[in-house]
Design a protein around this ligand. Structure first.
Ligand code: XMP
Length: 324
């Protein structure tokens, strides 16, 4: 039997009971696979790696070492939430790496989107490999591979994600959710007790806010993206149903504003909300006017440097979901 093929008889995990049975089965399988050895896991705080972390903590406790690399391109509050949930609440063996300066220094002045992606991917692997090199006795690598990653190995995610682990980090893989679809991973995460903010999180690109700080990344504009994004997530998150993906991009362009009778130059924050099934095509979502006005007022009042707010109503094709 091909271990990377989902058996046709496998029931879709839709209920807490089915999730519990899956967790029990995987806990036993991981214990069997790993024995008393150690597993290393890159924990980004996204749904897949978080669910794998929680599952492995349940199975092997502190034989799991999680490494969280803060590259400075995460959304507001995310690194703090990873530490709070995994270190404080679940007692994980978590290595937190503050790599913000390393990433932003490497990215300074780089405006080509694919070069930015490559730098972020390569630097991530370097930081992760450095941390792995400091640890003794690691024999396995945990991974949040899910079934669509296997099915679409030449799909959108594979197309965007660059790099792989170097040869000396080619440990045997532990991939407990590799036969699950995203909705099933969420049901399992909920059953494992992860907070809703983590389990129902919208998709977020690997290079993070790096591709939403359009053009060459500067620290001040990156902070503006992070703050404006937090406001937009809070407001659009109140829609029912919530769109599939919604965020802010800030292009490297300034336009005129006027304050206290004086003209000055500031950035324009672009709000984008889309629905899609497979991210291959996407439709712009209609945002209620009063919500748009509230976001406009809050962004202008709360985020330094922004003096204009735009709504991107483009569909894919022709516009991709991200701005770069
Ligand atoms: P585009 O912009 O190509 O995005 O329409 C399609 C989906 O992929 C996400 N995306 C990425 N995901 N690494 C990722 O893991 C990336 O470099 C990347 N770029 C875009 C995007 O957020 C959307 O969901």
């Amino acid at each position: 039997m091909d271990p990377n093929k989902r058996p046709e008889t496998m029931e879709r995990i839709t209920t807490p009971e089915l999730a519990k049975a899956f967790i029990d089965e995987q806990v036993a399988a991981v214990k069997e696979q790993v024995g008393d050895k150690k597993v290393l896991l890159a924990l980004s705080g996204g749904v897949d790696s978080s669910v794998v972390a929680a599952l492995l903590i349940k199975a092997i406790g502190d034989q799991l070492v999680c490494v969280h690399v803060n590259h400075g391109l995460l959304r507001k509050g995310e690194p703090e939430q990873v530490v709070q949930v995994f270190k404080e609440e679940l007692g994980a063996n978590l290595v937190y790496v503050d790599a913000v300066d390393r990433f932003l220094d490497k990215l300074a002045g780089v405006d080509d989107p694919e070069t930015k992606r490559k730098i972020i991917g390569a630097e991530f692997i370097e930081v992760f490999a450095e941390e792995a090199g400091k640890l003794e006795g690691i024999e396995f690598l945990g991974q949040g591979t899910i079934y669509p990653d296997i099915l679409e190995s030449d799909g959108v995610k594979a197309h965007h994600n660059v790099g792989g682990l170097p040869d000396d980090l080619q440990f045997e893989l532990v991939e407990p959710v590799k036969l699950l679809y995203k909705d099933e991973v969420r049901v399992v995460g909920k059953e494992l007790g992860l907070p809703d903010g983590m389990v129902y999180r919208q998709p977020f690109p690997g290079p993070g806010l790096g591709v939403r700080c359009v053009g060459a990344i500067t620290r001040d504009r990156l902070e503006a993206v992070r703050e404006a994004d937090a406001i937009v997530r809070e407001e659009i998150g109140k829609m029912d149903p919530v769109p599939w993906q919604y965020f802010v991009a800030i292009p490297d362009v300034k336009s005129t504003g006027i304050k206290d009778g004086k003209r000055y130059m500031g950035w324009a924050a672009v709000i984008r909300a889309i629905n899609t099934v497979d991210a291959v095509t996407a439709q712009s979502v209609e945002i209620p006017w009063d919500m748009l006005c509230r976001m406009r007022d809050r962004i202008i009042a709360e985020v330094p440097g922004i003096n204009r707010v735009l709504w991107d109503v483009s569909d894919k094709p022709i516009s991709t979901i991200e701005w770069e």
